[in-house]
Design a binder for this molecule. Structure first.
Ligand code: IMP
Length: 424
């Protein structure tokens, strides 16, 4: 059996949650391999929407085992809140029974979230526009080899090691003018959350997952954030701090690249981004605002308005290339419905006159070359078959397939769970 992967191909918020929710019932296991509570995967259950941050999207599926893998960063305080919230949403949920956590996943300590805010607000550092979940601080402490992992919470000196780090960070935070919560307050909240976390099985998830594959079980690896936010390949420094790519799924879960199956890449029919950073096709006009309002483009994690712009093919080609995408899932084409014409950026023209058709660099000076196509106008709300798709949208999809050399396998036609068409 192989591991299939679902990944975002732009700057996040492509609608991964909905697609994963749709297909996760076909798998035995869903596994998160990167990121932490910075993610916001919205799914629909019994007509109500819920946003998952740290918890894998298979959590509501009976018979699906969920794994929080080694490449993730786990914030015990946020984890506890999320689980309690999910249990309020669905009283039958028993996550202790269908979720396991890697002993090697790194812990987000409460001071990391304070340091995230501190750095975002200090003129001494570049402001990234983070979600303020302490993601970069956790991954950087991991790389510095100064951090604690989930497995450490069983060691006898865990409390003193945590307090050592918290005190060290408090000394640094005291150099700024931030109003800080009391040390006792954050420390008490953290250790209460650790007691809660101990109810869950923490184990060597690499061994669990590889054994599952050898027994013929299927795994869906669930990416968070997206290709253009990848720490290595994204629009650095305005990126997240983890590996968001297909290769990141192998590293983050401890599964060989030889065992990869389908790689589903999710992209919107346009682009959005939250936080700072280069965005060559960004729209600052009424169309950009219309897309934001119609597409409800407000961060599911932070509520921030998302920046909007036309589809960026050079960046999308790059994302397809570095991930080896085998099937494309296009979302939110319905949001563009009613526009007379829609644009796609096919190339960038750089200052020195060169043209780039595939790019992961996206220089500030890149001038997007737009191809205008006829817009579509249709009622997507009840669409059941691809034969009902407007001709202009079919042409748009054919153009994307030709440019990207990947089939559009699914087309999402609205926010509802059932609003998706299987194209191939
Ligand atoms: P961080 O991951 O919180 O450190 O934020 C770094 C950058 O990634 C910021 O621009 C965030 O807005 C962005 N980001 C992080 N997680 C997500 C996500 O799940 N969707 C979209 N953008 C994200």
């Amino acid at each position: 059996m192989n591991m299939d992967i679902v990944l975002g191909l732009q700057w996040g918020d492509e609608g991964k949650g909905k697609f994963i929710d749709l297909i996760s019932e076909n798998y035995d296991i869903t596994a998160r391999f990167n990121g932490g509570a910075n993610a916001g995967h919205s799914i629909e259950r019994n007509g109500k929407r819920i946003t998952l941050k740290m918890i894998p999207s298979g959590i509501f599926m009976k018979g699906v085992q969920n794994v929080i893998g080694t490449g993730t960063v786990l914030d015990p305080v946020s984890f506890k809140k999320e689980i309690l919230n999910l249990q309020r949403f669905d009283e039958t949920l028993q996550p202790e029974k269908n979720m396991i956590i890697s002993r090697k996943a790194h812990l987000v300590l409460p001071t990391y979230k304070l340091l995230d805010i501190f750095m975002e607000e200090s003129p001494d550092y570049t402001t990234i526009g983070t979600t303020r979940n302490g993601i970069a601080q956790t991954y950087s402490n991991k790389i510095l080899r100064q951090n604690l992992r989930v497995g450490d919470l069983y060691s006898s000196d865990f409390k003193s090691r945590v307090e050592h780090i918290l005190k060290r960070d408090y000394r640094l935070l005291a150099s700024g003018d931030m109003v800080l919560p009391s040390f006792d307050e954050i420390s008490q909240e953290f250790f209460e959350a650790i007691d809660f976390l101990k109810k869950f099985k923490c184990t060597e998830t690499e061994i669990y997952l590889n054994k599952a594959l050898s027994e013929g079980k299927s795994i869906l690896a669930e990416g968070s954030q997206a290709a253009m936010l990848d720490i290595d390949h994204g629009t650095y420094p305005y990126v997240t701090s983890s590996s968001t790519t297909a290769a990141g799924a192998c590293g983050g879960l401890g599964i060989s690249p030889k065992k990869m199956g389908e790689i589903y890449g999710i992209a919107k029919a346009y682009c959005t981004r939250v936080g700072n950073g280069v965005f060559p096709t960004e729209l600052f006009d009424e169309t950009g605002e219309e897309i934001r309002m119609k597409g409800n483009e407000f961060g599911s994690n932070t509520g921030r308005p998302r920046r909007t712009g036309w589809l960026d093919l050079p960046a999308l080609k790059y994302a397809v290339m570095i991930n080896g995408v085998t099937q494309l899932v296009l979302t939110k084409a319905d949001v563009l419905s009613g526009l007379k014409s829609v644009a796609v950026c096919t190339h960038y023209e750089l200052e020195n006159g060169t043209i780039e058709a595939v790019s992961g660099i996206l220089p500030e000076s890149a001038r997007p070359v737009l191809k205008w196509m006829d817009g579509w106008n249709a009622d997507f709300s009840k669409m059941k078959s691809i034969s009902e798709l407007p001709k202009e949208l079919t042409e748009f999809l054919a153009f994307l397939e030709e440019e990207l050399a990947v089939p559009v396998a699914y087309l999402s036609t609205g926010p509802g769970r059932e609003q998706i068409l299987k194209m191939k």
